[in-house]
Ligand binder design. Structure first.
Ligand SMILES: [Zn+2]
Ligand SMILES: [Zn+2]
Ligand SMILES: [Zn+2]
Length: 424
């Protein structure tokens, strides 16, 4: 059937990706200052916004640019101590009365080990670390906007998260990227494009990125945190299988025999076929790919721009493909999913026009659609939103008034509102 490409917001927007400085210039998630007017910029992960800054009253503190109307107390921030390092972290650390200020932001605080920046034998450690931290911030901006639990191992030794960003010893065994007990290990050389591309090609993978690694590994973490030992296990077993089968033997079998015939009817990737835990982590990563990319498309106004309309051959998924077709919000997820398929069909053609690899080199089979719906229901039920957002709407309105732009930053609050109303 022929369907006109029209993007609609079927799920709440999370971390909107279109930001503007107070001078109205577009600014981007990674920016620490406006390239037009020089105003410092910082990302507030609670608001899920990149905001223009001016010095606050306290020493070294910053506040939102000229934006303190009567009745709204200015939130003071420190800049993350990693701003002036190769990590170039532009995140903000809120200053809370009566509490000792944190020096690192919520994302940087999760690092347990970072590359040695004084290693004369590996002067590229800083550059590689910077790329890793940018991908990590992108990951956590989504997780925080989704309202998922994010705590460091220092804060929560039992259930927290830590990152070991390790470089393999020269001539020694390579560091294996993976997750165990809340600790995510990343081989730093994955940030080297030539190294990563060589591995991708050798492994015959269609897609390999730092962000993909992080989204996959954090999926393992949330399985242990949100699924294991809960009522969700029944659904997990029905969709993903028995996770008690020997993990090492499964990996070995995949290594020697390859994936099962016609794996693409059941899995989102060949690697997902190795073990239920890997199937879960792969689907979790795709769920985050989808949420963030749709957010970006909606934030940038693709939905409303006629020039993006197109006619594409597309057979939409139907409700019976979902995990719970009778769920009261099933139609919202179905529409989101079909938007995703339309968008990626379009973007794949755009990529091919430039001779680039496909934007999204995957096909979602029906079985994976059910798995994604299961993950969506889990994420929605695990979110701490809509609490903890009081007051943010007032501040965001101020930003919107100043920037004379499309409404900036009501997404987080409206997301909370929508979630509380509809039970996403
Ligand atoms: Zn500016
Ligand atoms: Zn930081
Ligand atoms: Zn894995």
């Amino acid at each position: 059937m022929i369907i006109n490409v029209t993007m609609m917001i079927h799920l709440p927007t999370l971390a909107g990706r279109a930001y503007r400085c107070h001078c109205s210039s577009p600014v981007f998630f990674r920016n620490s200052e406006c390239l037009t007017c020089g105003t410092p910029l910082g990302y507030d992960p609670t608001l899920a916004r990149l905001i223009p800054l001016m010095p606050g009253l306290s020493d070294g503190a910053w506040v939102l640019w000229q934006a303190v109307p009567a009745g709204v107390q200015a939130q003071e921030y420190l800049r993350c101590a990693n701003l002036a390092t190769p990590a170039a972290c532009n995140w903000l650390v809120p200053v809370t009365d009566g509490q000792a200020p944190q020096l690192l932001c919520q994302a940087c605080r999760l690092n347990r080990t970072i590359p040695d920046l004084n290693d004369a034998a590996h002067p590229d450690n800083g550059v590689l670390w910077g790329r890793i931290e940018l991908a990590k911030r992108r990951l956590f901006s989504s997780l925080l906007a989704l309202g998922l639990p994010v705590a460091s191992i220092t804060q929560d030794p039992e259930r927290g998260i830590a990152f070991d960003l390790l470089r393999s010893p020269d001539g020694g065994p390579p560091v294996m990227t993976g997750h165990k007990g809340g600790v995510i290990t990343l081989n730093v050389q994955e940030a080297d494009d030539a190294v990563r591309e060589a591995v991708r090609s050798a492994m015959r993978e269609p897609y390999r990125t730092l962000l993909g690694h992080f989204r996959h590994e954090i999926g393992h973490y949330y399985w242990g945190r949100l699924v294991s030992g809960t009522d969700w296990m029944t659904g997990f077993h029905a969709l993903f299988g028995d996770e008690t089968q020997d993990y090492a033997a499964c990996l070995q079998k995949n290594y020697t025999q390859g994936p099962p015939a016609q794996w693409w009817l059941h899995y989102v990737s060949a690697y997902a076929s190795t073990h239920p835990w890997e199937d879960w982590a792969e689907c979790w990563a795709h769920y985050l790919h989808m949420r963030d990319t749709i957010d970006t498309a909606v934030s940038l106004g693709i939905a409303n721009h006629n020039s993006y309309s197109a006619h594409l051959e597309f057979t939409p998924f139907t409700l019976d493909a979902l995990y719970q077709p009778d769920h009261p919000n099933a139609k919202h997820f179905l529409d989101f999913l079909n938007d995703w398929t339309r968008l990626t069909t379009l973007l794949n053609e755009m990529s091919r026009s430039m001779g680039q690899p496909d934007f999204y080199p995957f096909v979602l089979p029906r079985e994976v659609v059910a798995k994604l719906h299961f993950i969506h229901l889990l994420v929605a039920s695990s979110s701490w939103l809509p609490t903890d957002l009081q007051g943010t709407e007032a501040v965001q309105e101020v930003i919107a008034q100043q920037t004379d732009s499309q409404p900036m930053g009501t997404q987080a609050a409206s997301q909370a509102q929508m979630q509380s109303q509809s039970g996403f």
